[in-house]
Design a protein around this ligand. Structure first.
Ligand SMILES: [Zn+2]
Length: 450
């Protein structure tokens, strides 16, 4: 929905603006925002009499950062599931906690996660919720102002990968996903979308995966799942389907530009070539892959093969931050011991968190760079802190290797200020933290660790 006509234009003035035209470059220019989109990028233009000017001198104005794999429903589980490998982490902690969720706890979990994301410069996400109460997550995100494609987690009866308390019948899972799409897809001026989110192959029957792919096609929405996260998963899929995981997902329609596959740590050269051919997005989650001891995804090899790659923090209980700056820094660093110091340069990593994320959301024409016509999802980074000086070098190096979430001063989503001067404008942070703590204690009481 365009901003009401009486909304004044917004001018981000005097900042160093991070632009991308094949390569990153910085120019000291003004960014004019009109009706939720970037109108002009240039110098000295003040055409409107009704103009709000935000002084950005001493700051870097950059595209809003995009995380293409998060689970907001798990934010309340932060610190409740440490030091476990994926399979134990799911069975002993995450699934019982997800099963204990109520509408209220899903709502505050989403508010807490989205507050952390926005305050840290993430303006758009691809989010996988749990099986129930996804409408409550949408309500939270409608209020707090982040851009999101949200999927109810799909899990139908399967002997190894769907616990009884979460598994649904195939028909019920699909019917609810479709109902959510009818209610929420392209709401809030397109800021909210659905995605269709089968948890992972071991949780899902073939018919469920195929039908999720058909629904994504019908609603013109994205598909969001996990793939090839651990060696155990890879072997389970091979044993139960007779196919390698990427080939199996392709056989049920979970592939191509609509599909975002989180992790892909355990894919061979053959599968890498297949992912590149399909135009499927791989979502790299370096902290989560390290913390759950899953491995290191071969991102330089995936990029060299022509794969689309985005980045994400995954969930709070496997990270335990939702900090895109931490993910970018780690993504760059973890490849270096294996492949050399130039394995994944800072500029490439920043592309994963901007243009790569935009592609994962199917919004490459709308998001991911500062250019006239694109949605005004913008971040203003305060460069005054000592860890960002001397500021004479490459600004992209500052962003990827030195900046942190707390350097984010202002955040705009579709031109609307959501964070100004490090303060969240759309909800009370005090209330969010209080309610989140109360809800987490309730969940922890119901779902004691096994
Ligand atoms: Zn995940």
């Amino acid at each position: 929905m365009p901003a009401p006509p009486d909304t004044p234009d917004l001018l981000l003035a005097g900042g160093d603006v991070l632009l991308h035209d094949g390569e990153w470059r910085v120019e000291r220019v003004d960014v004019m925002v009109r009706e939720g989109r970037i109108a002009t990028v240039g110098k000295g233009e003040r055409p409107s009499t009704r103009l709000q000017v935000r002084d950005c001198s001493g700051c870097l104005v950059m595209p809003g950062l995009i995380q293409a794999h998060v689970h907001l429903c798990q934010t309340l589980f932060r610190g409740l599931a440490d030091d476990l490998r994926l399979e134990d982490w799911l069975v002993r902690r995450i699934w019982p906690l997800e099963a204990a969720h109520t509408q209220e706890t899903v709502y505050w979990s989403a508010m807490l996660g989205a507050a952390e994301l926005l305050l840290g410069g993430t303006t758009a996400i691809l989010d996988m919720e749990t099986v129930r109460h996804t409408g409550a997550a949408f309500q939270a995100l409608e209020r707090i102002g982040i851009r999101a494609a949200v999927g109810k987690c799909l899990m139908d009866a399967h002997p190894e990968g769907a616990p009884l308390e979460l598994a649904e019948s195939t028909d019920n899972a699909l019917a609810e996903a479709e109902a959510l799409a009818k209610l929420w897809h392209n709401r809030a001026g397109g800021r909210l979308q659905v995605c269709f989110a089968p948890r992972f192959v071991p949780s899902c029957s073939g018919p469920l995966l195929r039908a999720a792919s058909d629904l994504a096609e019908r609603f013109n929405a994205q598909l969001h799942t996990h793939a090839a996260e651990t060696i155990v998963e890879r072997e389970t899929v091979l044993r139960t389907t007779g196919l390698e995981e990427i080939a199996y997902l392709d056989s049920v329609g979970i592939s191509g530009p609509r599909a975002a596959l989180a992790h892909c740590v355990w894919v061979d050269a053959h599968e890498t070539a297949r992912l590149a051919r399909q135009g499927t997005t791989v979502v790299h989650c370096p902290s989560s892959n390290l913390k759950l001891a899953s491995g290191v995804a071969k991102i330089p090899e995936l990029l060299a093969a022509g794969c689309r790659v985005a980045i994400g923090a995954d969930g709070a209980p496997c990270n335990n931050r939702l900090d895109v700056f931490a993910e970018m820094r780690l993504a760059a660093l973890i490849q270096k011991p294996r492949l050399g110091a130039d394995a994944l340069p800072a500029g490439r990593v920043l592309e994963l968190a901007t243009l790569g994320g935009a592609r994962a959301l199917g919004l490459e024409a709308e998001l991911g760079s500062i250019a006239p016509g694109k949605r005004a999802d913008l971040v203003v980074l305060d460069l005054r802190e000592p860890h960002l000086h001397p500021a004479i070098g490459d600004p992209v190096s500052l962003v990827v290797y030195a900046a942190c979430a707390s350097d984010v001063r202002d955040v705009f989503v579709a031109g609307k200020p959501v964070v100004l001067g490090h303060e969240l404008l759309t909800a009370s942070l005090e209330e969010i933290v209080r309610e989140a703590d109360r809800c987490a204690a309730e969940l922890f009481r119901i779902a004691q660790p096994a």
